[in-house]
Design a protein around this ligand. Sequence first.
Ligand SMILES: Cc1cc2nc3c(=O)[nH]c(=O)nc-3n(C[C@H](O)[C@H](O)[C@H](O)COP(=O)(O)OP(=O)(O)OC[C@H]3O[C@@H](n4cnc5c(N)ncnc54)[C@H](O)[C@@H]3O)c2cc1C
Ligand SMILES: NC(=O)c1ccc[n+]([C@@H]2O[C@H](COP(=O)([O-])OP(=O)(O)OC[C@H]3O[C@@H](n4cnc5c(N)ncnc54)[C@H](O)[C@@H]3O)[C@@H](O)[C@H]2O)c1
Length: 485
Amino acid sequence: MADNNVREFDVIVIGAGAVGENVADRVVRGGLTAAIVEAELVGGECSYWACIPSKALLRPGTALHTAQSVPGAADSVTKVLDPVPVFKNRDYFTNKWQDDSAVEWLDSAGIELVRGRAHITGPREVHVDGKDGTSYSLKAHHAVVVATGSTPVIPPIEGLRSVPYWTTRGATSAKHVPGRLVVLGGGVAGVEIAQAFARLGSKVTIIARGRLLSSFHEEAASLVAAGLRADGIHLRLGTDVASVEHKDRSFNVTLGDGTVVSCDELLVTTGRRPSLDNLGLENVGLDAEDGKHLRLTTDPSGLVEGAASDGTSGLWLYASGDAAGAAFLTHQGKYEARATGDAIVARAKGTLHGTPKPWSSLAKTADEYAIPSVVFTDPEVASVGWSFKQAVEKGINASSVELPINVSGSQLHSENYRGWAQLVVDEDRKVVVGATFAGPGVSELLHGATIAIVGQVPLDRLWHAVPSFPTISEVWLRLLEKYGL
Ligand SMILES: Cc1cc2nc3c(=O)[nH]c(=O)nc-3n(C[C@H](O)[C@H](O)[C@H](O)COP(=O)(O)OP(=O)(O)OC[C@H]3O[C@@H](n4cnc5c(N)ncnc54)[C@H](O)[C@@H]3O)c2cc1C
Ligand SMILES: NC(=O)c1ccc[n+]([C@@H]2O[C@H](COP(=O)([O-])OP(=O)(O)OC[C@H]3O[C@@H](n4cnc5c(N)ncnc54)[C@H](O)[C@@H]3O)[C@@H](O)[C@H]2O)c1
């Protein structure tokens, strides 16, 4: 490494994913200077290996299946999905894993890019092993923000670590369609990628130790399970994996009951955890408990609790997005980033003292009440706020209204449309605190529910929000009628 290059900025952001980019943008707009440190590609996981490529791989299959489900269109759709243009579409959306346009954007936004791996060496101090061979000592006048994303959790299954399994990166950047694909884990990433590859021609088996999509309502998950089965996906639910081996270019997955499932690619989607390893957080007093991975606790502005002070102020270390660990979702991370960026500016200008007020622009209050999430399978699941169980656990006097989606909009959407919807209501305040929709094309219904929850719209006022005819949103009216309005 060449000589240390000492540079000073108001704010140093570690990680140039969607979240880091947004924090840096907000602080620069607020009049501060910012450097962003990135070890891989500017744009992060979502752009190159997660949301964007997975949706680019899913969308053609969904569009084809939708057309095939509409009488009048079905007869005109005669071909099966051709993987070559599907991969081409994915390559277009990932910009072939080149980050030049993202770098141009950083430049236009006035954010300094430092390429390399960052390591926190002390309060407000970051060391970077630069990709250009230079090592940098960066110093922040106001804040350092950890926006390092998340990393896959790999379960301790015998043999697994020594075989060339795919994580989501391998699947979303695949150049071929495996003949046989086994997906280990029945969460969001697993079901989405399983369906994308099944529709591209793979023979897919999902192995899940419980049911599919365990963080979503069972009715919604069972509609997805039916959709996956209709695509020929074999579901091995409530099944443990005993061991894995790789022999003659095949994987042999031995299940708890001794059955062996063989495949050409093995995808492991068993959750993610914040990427905080080797970041130097121990240098500022943040240590993991024995044998556990470190998790950060943040205040509503994203300020990390417990970070060592440099003598002037303890208010210097922030975390946002996947690294902060509240939600592993791009949109929610970007929301957190806006609050954190603005709070850093407000503290630097002396206009924020202490913790920001709930629902102010400096607080990520919605993390507590309304995290919207969509599973982009066909059918989709779209959910926001609290489940009935969560509401009860929080001491809410809750009720739930549920029904199949069967309105003019759904009947016109596709033949034999099957969907399900639920509202969770706080009976004391008569407002919606949770909503789930499952069925083809329901993702666009979700924002209405998010607005109702965040806006705490009283149910008797929601009654006056008239859904257009004939749309699937008419289900809102049916839900309110069933509730008793
Ligand atoms: C398959 C899949 C599909 C998904 N689909 C969706 C979806 O449809 N919608 C949705 O909302 N979310 C989706 N997600 C989640 C979404 O990808 C993440 O929530 C999002 O990428 C998090 O953004 P981030 O900026 O916090 O982290 P990242 O995008 O991971 O960015 C962190 C960056 O930090 C860099 N970095 C890490 N450590 C260092 C270091 N020490 N020094 C320098 N740089 C460092 C990394 O290289 C990386 O570029 C999906 C996730 C997966 C796995
Ligand atoms: N559409 C989207 O927004 C989208 C899509 C993909 C991923 N994501 C995000 O990425 C994150 C990670 O996705 P994911 O699907 O990996 O995680 P997940 O938490 O959704 O699902 C993990 C699954 O793995 C199973 N599992 C965990 N440990 C296991 C073990 N030891 N053996 C067998 N099974 C085990 C769990 O029971 C669960 O079914 C999600 O939290 C989600 O927020 C979002």
